[in-house]
Write a protein that binds this ligand. Structure first.
Ligand code: LMR
Length: 331
């Protein structure tokens, strides 16, 4: 009898130690999909995130980064994330339009003055509430990442005033605000995924586009466009997101490490965005492949007056109070 009890006890202990070891050895994989090149603020910060997560979790969490839309394109990335086919993405706010339309606040032209203004808004109650809004679609908003302000490029003549883009076809991201922003100045917006922009410009499917210096440089748009205007008319930033299925499956110790890694990678992203912007603008200038015009303050005022007219159209979708709050945080 005693021998039998001992045997059962020993078997139990062995099973328990096996279970504990396998629980300890459990590893996690984060598939992180994005659409831009590696040498961008998002691409670099994603690589940095991978490095620190793998180091600090001692390999318990592995991060696989898929840049350049090799895994998923614009819209598919959010769908894949919702289904836990990937565990991380960092789409622009415009890409959330069909899911969380109030995020289009970031697309409103001439709403944000500079990066400091954006940081104030993102850190405000309203900005933090927008991060939580993605929980409606099963996601977890982790942080805001930056890529700076957008510039205009065109194939056949310089852009100084809104009338210069009248009748011209411009590629846009999928956002109603961006659509309205071009329509109000008489241009014709066309939604295209990021991965198709270069060939659309090259083949003349569209005449121009708007993007950040980093995207214009790394995707070589400046090689297939003749004119660029430094307009800083709109903002292009991102929300770093994971999904609730993955996030809730993590033990709390690993979750805490991940939170700290998100913070550090976010700092890295913001530090890199200003730095890369300067360096890559210089490289575009030095290439001599595109003529660059800087809007004068007077020209800028004309654009501002024309494009800001669209705000009331979006009071319902975005929330008039949110827009008011953003304006209040300008200084
Ligand atoms: C674009 O589609 O132009 C951008 O959203 C690409 C990106 O992620 O920066």
């Amino acid at each position: 009898m005693f021998k039998r009890t001992l045997l059962i006890l020993t078997a139990g202990l062995i099973a328990l130690s096996f279970l504990t070891t396998s629980a300890l050895a459990k590893t996690y994989v984060i598939k992180f999909s994005h659409v831009v090149a590696v040498d961008t603020p998002k691409g670099q910060a994603a690589e940095y995130f991978k490095k620190i997560v793998e180091e600090r979790t001692k390999g318990k969490i592995k991060v696989q980064v898929y840049p350049n839309a090799v895994l998923y394109g614009d819209r598919e990335a959010i769908e894949a994330l919702k289904m836990n086919a990937i565990q991380m993405a960092c789409p622009t706010f415009s890409k959330f339009t069909g899911f969380v339309p109030e995020l289009q606040i970031f697309d409103l032209p001439f709403l944000f003055k500079d990066r400091k203004h954006l940081r104030r808004f993102m850190e405000s109650d309203v900005g933090q509430e927008l991060l939580r809004d993605v929980s409606r679609i099963g996601l977890v908003g982790l942080a805001y990442w930056d890529n700076g302000f957008k510039q205009l490029t065109l194939d056949d003549h310089p852009i100084r005033l809104p009338k210069d883009i009248k009748g011209k076809k411009f590629r846009i991201m999928s956002s109603k605000v961006l659509e309205a922003q071009f329509k109000v100045v008489g241009a014709s917006p066309q939604v295209l995924p990021f991965s198709e922009v270069y060939s659309a410009l090259q083949q003349g499917v569209v005449d121009g586009q708007e993007n950040t210096i980093s995207n214009i440089y790394t995707k070589k748009f400046y090689e297939v466009q003749k004119y660029m205007t430094i307009s800083n008319h709109g903002y292009l930033g991102y929300m770093l997101v994971t999904n609730q299925i993955f996030w809730n499956s993590l033990p709390s110790d690993l979750k805490n490490i991940l939170k700290k890694c998100v913070k550090d990678a976010t700092d890295k992203n913001w530090e890199l965005s200003s730095k890369l912007e300067k360096e890559q603008l210089k490289k575009i200038e030095e290439s001599g492949k595109i003529k660059i015009h800087y809007l004068t303050p007077e020209e800028r005022k004309v654009w501002e007056n024309a494009m800001r007219k669209i705000y009331p159209e979006f009071y319902d979708v975005i929330g008039k109070d949110r827009i008011k709050k953003a304006l209040e945080l300008a200084d």
